[in-house]
Design a protein around this ligand. Structure first.
Ligand code: ZN
Length: 151
């Protein structure tokens, strides 16, 4: 189990060091800024839609390692998905992060891919808002809102 946690930590650190899809798409069809006052994270997410599909997306801003890594993982996860599918992904990750004791589905690299690494954050309740921030921002952008806060 500890080895697995180390692996998850490595994924987070790697995405923080080399974030994927850094920078907003130009032009962006929708952009939303997410604020997490507790930690001081500020992450903007921009999406480019074609026929309802997220063709391109990216993020920018200043955040801690967890918020940056989560944003990076998110962009990889929802790229190429349509709005409904992206909403499902948001719901799935929010639910996973909010459950103290995971019920039902086992969350492993085989089923969740690198996103499984985010479950390590559950052990640090104060950091959960860091992990959900980019997902909140994406959710807001999909709804046409320009700002969202975790408070
Ligand atoms: Zn943070």
């Amino acid at each position: 189990m500890n080895e697995l946690l180390d692996l998850y930590q490595d994924i987070i650190l790697e995405h923080n060091k080399r974030p994927r899809n850094k920078g907003l798409p130009d032009p962006a069809d929708a952009t939303a800024e997410g604020l997490n006052p507790v930690c001081g994270d500020e992450i903007s997410v921009g999406i480019q839609l074609r026929d309802g599909v997220i063709q391109a997306l990216g993020f920018e801003g200043q955040g801690c390692a967890i918020s940056t890594a989560s944003a990076s993982l998110m962009t990889e996860q929802v790229k190429g998905k349509n709005k409904a599918q992206a909403k499902e992904e948001i719901k799935r990750v929010m639910k996973m992060l909010s459950e103290e004791e995971p019920t039902g589905e086992e969350i492993g690299l085989d089923t969740w891919g690198e996103l499984a690494a985010l479950q390590g954050v559950r052990r640090f309740p104060a950091r959960i808002k860091c992990a959900t921030l980019a997902w909140h921002a994406l959710d807001a952008a999909l709804d046409g809102k320009s700002e969202v806060t975790t408070e």
